[in-house]
Design a protein. Structure first.
Length: 273
């Protein structure tokens, strides 16, 4: 198993950000294959598939995220599990909520969870000057200061209903998905979908291996439900490139740092923000 002493994290040195930046400026979404060097990608894949202590995360009736460890799930019992599943399905029918396995990387890192676990090196890498500068160049946002991150593992029945990503202070400049899924089939679900104003699927993206997807999170998007016959897990690291104000800025500028609300939009429409 990959450990914290052997996991080495590097971007693919052969990548030129310029053509990807042009594509993002045009479409507000871009996919970058072979984002990490091969050894790095294999190491991350091994961590996600063999060593990550997954938790179930879902949205409760008030939209709050609820995390449950595997032990908590086992203690629910059959009747309580069926009740929870029915509640989640009822909300999902109304296009509300989500349910999938996750590991909250930032919370875990700051909280000192699982000390020595190699996934913390990935958290550091995603917030390194190398990765953040690459992201700044692609999305054209020079003030990016950090990357949010959670590891995700979608199993059969997991989903993410349609939504947009604005953030509490409109600090999310772009969403990203760093995919580590092998041999996925389109029939298995788990597709990242961008919708047009008629709610038709304008673009759909298959989970792949060692691919970074960057997109404007204010475009309406969803992850389709993973089918019961899916032949494996959908593994990825997801989050946002953020430009949160510093504490100093908040103190000095106060209300002047409030940002206007961001407007949702659909694929193919001009970005209104």
């Amino acid at each position: 198993m990959t450990d914290a002493e052997t996991l080495v994290l590097r971007l693919n040195p052969r990548l030129d950000p310029e053509p990807f930046a042009r594509a993002y400026a045009r479409d507000r979404i871009v996919r970058i294959p072979d984002i990490l060097d091969p050894e790095t990608a294999e190491g991350v894949y091994e961590v996600l598939t063999r060593a990550t202590p997954w938790r179930l995360v879902y949205a409760d009736a008030n939209g709050r995220a609820v995390h449950m460890s595997q032990e908590q799930i086992r203690r629910l019992g059959r009747e309580e599990t069926a009740r929870l599943q029915a509640e989640l399905m009822e909300r999902a029918r109304r296009n509300v909520g989500y349910a999938y396995n996750c590991y909250p990387m930032i919370e875990a890192y700051l909280g000192g969870w699982d000390r020595g676990h190699p996934i913390h090196l990935l958290t550091e890498f995603l917030n390194s000057p190398e990765f953040l500068e690459f992201g700044r160049k692609i999305i054209g946002a020079p003030l990016i200061t950090k990357a949010d991150a959670q590891a995700t593992f979608y199993a059969p029945g997991h989903y993410l209903t349609r939504h947009v990503d604005d953030g509490e202070r409109r600090e999310r400049r772009a969403a990203y998905t760093l995919s580590f899924t092998r041999n996925w089939q389109p029939d298995w679900g788990g597709l990242l979908l961008l919708l047009d104003r008629n709610l038709d699927i304008a673009r759909g993206f298959l989970p792949r291996f060692n691919v970074l997807t960057l997109f404007d999170g204010m475009m309406v998007h969803t992850v389709s439900c993973v089918s019961p016959f899916a032949g494996g897990g959908r593994y990825s690291v997801t989050g946002w490139l953020r430009d949160d104000p510093t504490r100093k800025d908040m103190i000095e500028k106060g209300a002047a740092y409030d940002r206007p609300p961001l407007k949702p939009y659909y694929f193919g429409e001009p970005c209104p923000n």
